[in-house]
Ligand binder design. Structure first.
Ligand code: HEM
Length: 398
């Protein structure tokens, strides 16, 4: 695209073709349209790092309390993501210790064993669908382990989660908005039922898992109510499952075409952690997050009215040259890690330590067994917009 054209015509971020490689579109927004009104809904899309950080750090203006605007099959706001401080801060006080770096490390041995066992199932075949046979079950097993649930339940749980996040995939007519919304609502009901059963089981027989913790923990002498536990668990099912899977798949798809970077992982380099940060910055799996404007405000030259929804484009902020030197290329030697792939401000991702550990284990174990691989000939990878996931990622190796 010529400079003139990219300056005049903002890219359509909802174009699925763009999800595979959004980097030049992000650059165009950063350079020419830092606050750009989306052609379909007119909602402002905010791209620059400094502006995105401002919005993330000012929840009194850019609110997450938008359950009505963002209907996801729920009866009430999901906790803590759809609640603003100070109420949100109270929940984070309860949840943060459970997801600390130290606590997360306790899961490492069993997660490594899961990763190895999954690879055993297909290593000799010389091919697999990385997403379906590795990334999805690895994340799912971590989730089940944290909640103390049996592995056999994974298929059911993924179906419920998909019924909320991508109900079109379960509809007879994906273009029928009534059918799609019905599937979402029915999936929401089933998620509540699923969690209700788990609450009842753990009330009668407490264990060491997350649900038992939620039932027992107290803050200022109060326990969580039944609905609070439902609303926290609903978010874990929705938020925790897709994101790590998507990050693993985007990372491997990148490494499949980058032999130098692959070596870093197969040689057990000490730089793996910073390489993972750079992959998170470059691939930014959660491309953008919404906020509801509570007070009329001006960002750059754009006035945004109270009541408008905005999109904070994390993927673009992570490529902003005003913040990152050499932002427009991936550099595994770089030590920059101020990226916003996990968001920022009070809502910064609760599961970031866990996600990083799962990415490290997944990528290390994979490269230990399968250091050389490529995307199967003739396959074109299809990335989804929003959460940049690759549902099918066929890889082959010798
Ligand atoms: C690489 C994987 C992941 C990415 C890229 C990611 C990304 C994000 C982002 C961008 C946010 C901010 C949302 C906002 O401000 O509206 C967020 C919040 C959140 N994430 Fe993650 N996430 C990942 C993994 C996980 C995992 C494994 C869990 C499970 C514990 C998790 C649980 C949460 C929760 C509970 C919140 C809401 C926090 C709050 O509102 O206070 N995430 N995540």
């Amino acid at each position: 695209m010529s400079d003139r054209k990219s300056a005049d015509t903002p890219p359509n971020l909802f174009d699925p073709a763009l999800a595979a490689c959004p980097h030049s579109a992000y650059q165009s927004l950063l350079d020419h349209h830092p606050v750009h009104r989306n052609a379909i809904s007119n909602a402002p899309i905010i791209s620059r790092y400094e502006d995105v950080m401002y919005c993330l750090r000012h929840p009194e203006i850019f609110s997450s309390d938008m359950e009505e605007q963002m209907s996801l099959g729920t009866d009430r706001p999901m906790i803590p993501q759809q609640i603003d401080p100070p109420a949100q801060t109270r929940y984070r006080k309860l949840l943060d210790p459970r997801f600390s770096h130290k606590r997360t490390l306790e899961l490492e041995p069993s997660l490594r064993a899961s990763a190895k066992a999954l690879i055993d199932e297909f290593a000799d075949a010389g091919e697999c669908d990385f997403s379906q046979q590795f990334a999805v079950p690895l994340r799912g097993q971590a989730f089940l382990q944290i909640y103390g649930l049996p592995l056999e339940g994974l298929g059911h749980l993924i179906e419920l989660k998909d019924g909320i996040i991508r109900p079109q995939s379960q509809a007879e007519n994906p273009l029928d908005s009534v059918e799609v919304e019905d599937i979402r609502k029915a999936s929401g009901r089933k998620i509540y039922d699923y969690v209700e059963d788990l609450i009842a089981e753990r009330r009668s027989e407490p264990r060491e898992d997350l649900m038992s913790y939620l039932l027992q923990v107290e803050l200022d002498g109060d326990r969580l109510s039944h609905n609070e536990i439902l609303d926290i668990s609903f978010l874990f099912i929705l938020g925790g499952l897709d994101t790590v899977t998507a990050s693993l798949s985007c990372s491997i798809a990148h490494l499949a075409t980058n032999p130098e970077a692959r070596k870093l992982f197969s040689q057990e380099s000490k730089d793996i952690d910073s390489a993972i940060e750079e992959l998170l910055r470059w691939e930014t799996p959660v491309t953008g997050i919404p906020r509801l404007v509570k007070k009329t405000v001006t960002i750059g030259d754009t006035r945004i009215e109270e009541g408008e929804m905005v999109m904070l484009l994390l993927g673009a902020a992570n490529l902003d040259p005003r913040e990152f030197e050499g932002a427009d290329r991936i550099d595994f030697d770089s030590t920059r890690n101020r990226h916003v792939a996990f968001g920022g401000g009070p809502h910064r991702c609760l599961g970031s330590h866990l996600a990083r550990m799962e990415l490290r284990i997944g990528l290390q174990e994979w490269h230990r067994r399968i250091p050389e691989y490529r995307v199967k000939d003739g396959e074109t990878l299809v990335y989804s917009p929003g959460i940049r996931d690759i549902r099918h990622l066929p890889l082959i190796w010798n």
